[in-house]
Design a protein around this ligand. Structure first.
Ligand code: F42
Length: 145
């Protein structure tokens, strides 16, 4: 079993603690937005440690869309590199746990469709994209059968 290393960002670590500690019955939304969050459990690409990353819940059928926005920061979040290195993740959506595999969406038409879904679910993604020169990466997480 690998070690779990909590996020160095206090508010993020606290959300994970509440969400996971309650079995997915508390800490389910982003701050005061009331908008739902999922928890992505993945592996650190250098340390091999278990990482837990909350992202906004964007559903597309049984798939989830993960948007590596980091609030419109100039660089990708570290978890982007972790998911590129090891695409096998576990996703918690409230009380449900899913084994999933992620892939970055490169096809422009597919990305556009999923980006539209993401902005519908969480409108600030549009402001984050306007704030940064990088193209914000979009992943799709698909169930492992
Ligand atoms: N972030 C998003 O990008 N999109 C969202 O939709 C989103 C929603 C959201 C909702 C609730 C919430 O609480 C947080 C939310 N966040 C969202 C923030 C998200 O959870 C991340 O905190 C944020 O994107 C920053 O990700 P990050 O991976 O860059 O985190 C940094 C602060 C971090 O944890 N850094 C670690 C550290 O110790 O500095 C690195 C951890 C790591 O993965 N290390 C790797 C390893 O091998 O273990 C190697 C690192 C290397 O050197 O490359």
């Amino acid at each position: 079993m690998s070690e779990y290393i909590p996020s160095p960002m206090d508010w993020v670590a606290k959300q994970v603690e509440l969400y996971e500690g309650s079995g997915g019955t508390a800490g389910l939304t982003l701050r005061d937005t009331g908008l739902p969050v999922i928890i992505v459990t993945n592996r650190g690409w250098k340390t091999g440690a278990i990482r837990k990353t909350p992202v906004m819940r964007v559903a597309d059928g049984r798939n989830y869309i993960l948007v590596a926005s980091k609030g419109g920061a100039p660089e990708h979040p570290v978890w982007y590199h972790n998911l590129k290195a090891d695409p096998n993740v576990e996703i918690r959506d409230k009380t449900e746990l899913y084994q999933m595999r992620v892939r970055e969406v490169d096809d422009p038409a597919e990305r556009q469709r999923l980006w539209t879904l993401a902005v519908e679910a969480f409108p600030p993604y549009q402001d984050y994209q306007a704030k940064t020169d990088r193209v914000i990466p979009v992943f799709v997480a698909e169930p492992v059968e």
